[in-house]
Ligand binder design. Sequence first.
Ligand SMILES: [Zn+2]
Length: 133
Amino acid sequence: MGRLRRSRAHHARRDIHRAARTRARPARDLDQIQLIDLEPEKRSTLEAQPLNHELPGLGQHYCVECARYMETDAALQTHWKSKVHKRRCKQLREPAYTIEESERAAGLGREERRPTVRPAPEMERGTEMAVVP
Ligand SMILES: [Zn+2]
């Protein structure tokens, strides 16, 4: 017989690659970054974090937009020029995903043209969603 079962042989390596692609990390969602992290004072605290030995590069090289830690300052500089970072910035420039939008997508929303600036009830529902992910 010829070669049997040649493909799918290196499953350990394959699984590592797959894990890297769909990395399950405690990442921050785009709307969290947009609404919380990009505020100037929050941003400055994130960029000047205390030394943390658990984090890559002691937590000193943080990209706020991508919510990622870099090992070195050079890596952070390269990251800022990279495609992933630019793509992320573009996504962040679009308006945050809101409850309104999800309801409209589900067909529950009000289609009429009404200005959607109703801060108080929106905030309440937003926090509820945050507590129960
Ligand atoms: Zn970035």
